[in-house]
Design a protein around this ligand. Structure first.
Ligand code: ADE
Ligand code: ZN
Length: 326
């Protein structure tokens, strides 16, 4: 059995996935047509060519533009269902997906429309594909604390459908502490807490996510490696990190996949997991990320198995379910 085949066969969980970032150009054009919205690109090929980024903000500009065509419950269903069918092929058995409500409600799409469409597809994924799920609502950190509180208010009638909250968008200049009070309220509501930290921002932001937001899991966390004391702390606590190699390459967080810190992270005893982040924009789903590390770092079978196992350990599944996957 060759390495690629083994990666494909391993049962995996995906813990860092923005559902709007799984929006493939073909589906985007189809939904734009039926909603009679103009896309500023003539063809799918032209759109894909625009996916050339030199930093996080470059990507975010096109990511928010892309989600603008989403309007109806059916649109959100189709988006989510397409992702689930695709990762079913990768033998992803559990997903914990982010959605960005403010990217939709800002344009006048009701919160209810967004979450109802996404949830219906997730429920169908569970019954028809056997993929279990958690849903994580992310706040856009470039917007204000007040906007985040407003988003939380809109989410209140749907809290039974929401497992956790996250923090994404432009990291630099928007430190975790900006959302300390929102996170405190969400903790009080019994929600799981995660946040993007140390993707482009400094190791200090990782400390803030841990100590001020009190996150249960960290998204990215690459820059933690700049601070040896932080690395020891993360390893001691066995804090899960959701690392995204193809994303890191496309957003120039790493300049060459051969320099990707995944192996170093494993060697330092960090609980790292492998994820796709925004697969439509970054050129691959979960198994493509395994392949990329295999090609660049000669990742071995033991490392791949450890990453797949970590994906369940780091999930918000019940301990008994996690044991079932180990
Ligand atoms: N939104 C979608 N993908 C993101 C990423 N990698 N970092 C920050 N915000 C995001
Ligand atoms: Zn992300």
């Amino acid at each position: 059995i060759d390495a690629y085949e083994l990666f494909a066969k391993l049962p995996k969980a995906e813990l860092h996935l923005h559902i709007e970032g799984s929006f493939e150009p073909e589906l985007m054009f189809e939904i734009a047509r039926r909603n009679e919205i103009d896309i500023p690109f003539a063809t799918v090929e032209e759109l894909r060519k625009a996916y050339d980024f030199s930093n996080l903000q470059d990507f975010l500009d096109i990511y928010y533009q892309g989600m603008n065509v989403l309007q109806t419950e059916q649109d959100y269903y189709d988006l989510t269902w397409a992702y689930l069918e695709r990762v079913n092929e990768d033998n992803v058995r559990h997903v914990e997906i982010f959605f960005d409500p403010q990217g939709h409600t800002e344009r006048g799409v009701p919160f209810e429309t967004v979450i109802t469409g996404i949830r219906a597809a997730l429920e169908d994924g569970k019954s028809q594909l056997g993929i279990s799920y958690k849903l994580i609502m992310s706040f856009l950190r470039h917007l204000s604390e007040e906007d985040a509180f407003d988003c939380l208010e809109q989410a209140k009638p749907f809290l039974k459908w929401i497992d956790g909250i996250g923090l994404d968008s432009s990291e630099k200049g928007n430190p975790p502490e900006k959302f300390a009070r929102v996170y405190e309220d969400c903790r009080g509501l019994g929600l799981k807490l995660v946040a993007h930290a140390g993707e482009e921002g400094p190791a200090d932001y990782v400390w803030s996510a841990l100590n001020i937001l009190k996150v249960d899991r960290l998204d990215h966390g690459n820059r933690s490696l700049d601070d040896p004391e932080l690395v020891v702390h993360l390893a001691d606590r066995q804090m899960a990190l959701t690392v995204c190699p193809l994303s890191n390459l496309k957003l120039c967080v790493v300049q060459d996949m051969k320099n990707h810190p995944m192996r170093v992270m494993l060697e330092k005893g960090l609980l790292v997991t492998l994820n796709s982040d925004d697969p439509s924009y970054f050129g691959g789903y979960v198994n493509d990320n395994f392949k990329a590390l295999h090609d660049a770092l000669d990742m071995c079978v033991e490392e791949a198995v450890a990453l797949a196992k970590n994906s369940f350990t780091g999930s918000f599944l019940e301990a008994s379910d996690i044991r079932g996957w180990h």
